[in-house]
Design a protein around this ligand. Sequence first.
Ligand SMILES: [Zn+2]
Length: 143
Amino acid sequence: MSTLSTVRPGDTVRITTDTSTEPFWRAAKERRLVAPRCAACGTFRMPPTPFCPECRSTDIDWVELSGEAEVYSYSVVHGFPGHPDLLLVAAVVDLAGAPGARLVTNIVGIDPGTVEIGMRVTVDFSPISDGWMLPVFRATEGR
Ligand SMILES: [Zn+2]
């Protein structure tokens, strides 16, 4: 019997936004995955930062991504404080269409024993506190 990975209960996940990160979260609320790209030199920067690490520009273009990604690294988490039965796959994914941009996320709905580095995943959105949505990823169909 396999048990599928999940996410922390949404009401236990709270985010704080600031002017650098709020566009990311506003897009997620609309089930869109976006990443900030420096408007001066084209470098993607995730997590969002006020200044470009390459050229120090503060100009940003928010680029809408396809939602496709590849697993760069992952860890299987058995139990979480207050939730001993929780099974999580914590992962870092490379975002397609945004070279150099990676997102820390969860891979959901999968037998953790089948997760592999380099596997293709597709974004989904999971409700969290205060009406926000958390980007998570599922194995891409037909991969
Ligand atoms: Zn730049």
